[in-house]
Ligand binder design. Structure first.
Ligand SMILES: NC(=O)c1ccc[n+]([C@@H]2O[C@H](COP(=O)([O-])OP(=O)(O)OC[C@H]3O[C@@H](n4cnc5c(N)ncnc54)[C@H](OP(=O)(O)O)[C@@H]3O)[C@@H](O)[C@H]2O)c1
Length: 257
């Protein structure tokens, strides 16, 4: 019989930065990583909300610190990475999740709105990956997980800047993966469909919109924070040690239609 050395999904002793983890999807993924054993850096601009999230994660029995950081500002990212290294001495996992959205007719967007959305969702993802990537290259290991969307794969009305930035994340993920594989730094993405969070809860109160979303979703339900737990732990752990450049859709089948 061939003996196989199966890896583990245990993240005990691993340090994970999760941007945008004071609430919503980022908080859910930070909890999932902590549940699997990881120590967490909670990143958001609002420190008070970040501290509350870190307190809840510590309740899971892991270490967690909160750091205020704006992912569009390089000096702020640098300070966040320095604090993370002071706390844990290394960075094993980066979940590049912070993002935002403006929804309106394409002809009505201003240039300033383009800058706000694309700077947060695409430039911010690159700047954080670049700064953390330098540490991971030095360490000769690391896992980066960028949060894209179904709207990085398919188009939809009223979301041109969001779709452009999320499509950019899918491509950026492939580029960094091909460049950093030689350093054992693996770069993947997750593409969720609609999940109730502070970003979407207002939008999802409208029955007509909800019906449309369900009509587009073969599984006929919204996603949940729990649905993202397995995918993020998989991509953060040794289970995915030969997976890089991939965008894992967690969408109830939306883009498979
Ligand atoms: N919810 C969905 O249905 C859905 C579906 C697909 C993809 N996504 C993606 O998942 C990610 C999280 O979405 P969500 O729904 O959880 O959003 P959310 O509830 O609005 O939470 C956004 C998080 O990002 C932080 N953030 C925003 N801008 C930031 C900046 N410039 N610097 C640092 N942190 C920043 C926020 O904290 P502060 O405001 O304090 O900075 C907050 O912690 C986004 O990338 C989004 O595009 C969401």
């Amino acid at each position: 019989m061939i003996m196989m050395n199966f890896p583990s999904a245990d993240l005990t002793g691993r340090a994970a930065i999760v941007t945008g983890s004071s609430k919503g999807i980022g908080f859910g993924m930070a909890c999932a990583l902590a549940h699997a054993g990881a120590d967490i850096v909670v990143v958001s601009r609002n420190l008070k909300e970040g501290e509350q999230a870190a307190e809840e994660i510590r309740g899971l029995g892991r270490k967690a610190i909160a750091v205020s950081c704006d992912v569009t500002v390089p000096a702020s990212i640098d300070a966040m990475v320095v604090k993370s290294l002071e706390a844990y001495g290394k960075i094993d996992v980066l979940v590049n999740n912070a993002g935002m959205n403006i929804r309106k007719a394409s002809v009505d967007f201003s240039e300033a709105e383009w800058d706000t959305v694309v700077d947060t969702n695409l430039k911010g993802i690159f700047l954080v990956a670049q700064r953390v990537g330098r540490e991971m290259i030095r360490q000769k290991s690391g896992k980066i997980i960028n949060i894209a969307s179904i709207f990085g794969m398919v188009g939809t009305p009223m979301l041109p800047l969001y779709c452009a930035s999320k499509g950019g994340i899918v491509q950026l993920t492939k580029c960094l993966a091909t460049e950093w594989a030689q350093h054992n730094v693996l770069v993947n993405a997750i593409g969720p469909a609609y999940i109730r969070t502070p970003m979407t809860e207002g939008w999802l109160t409208d029955k007509e919109r909800l019906d449309y979303i369900l009509s587009m979703t073969p599984m006929k339900r919204l996603g949940t924070l729990e649905d993202l737990a397995g995918p993020v732990v998989f991509l953060a752990s040794d289970w995915s040690n030969y997976v890089t450049g991939h965008t894992l859709m967690v969408d109830g089948g939306w883009v498979a239609r």
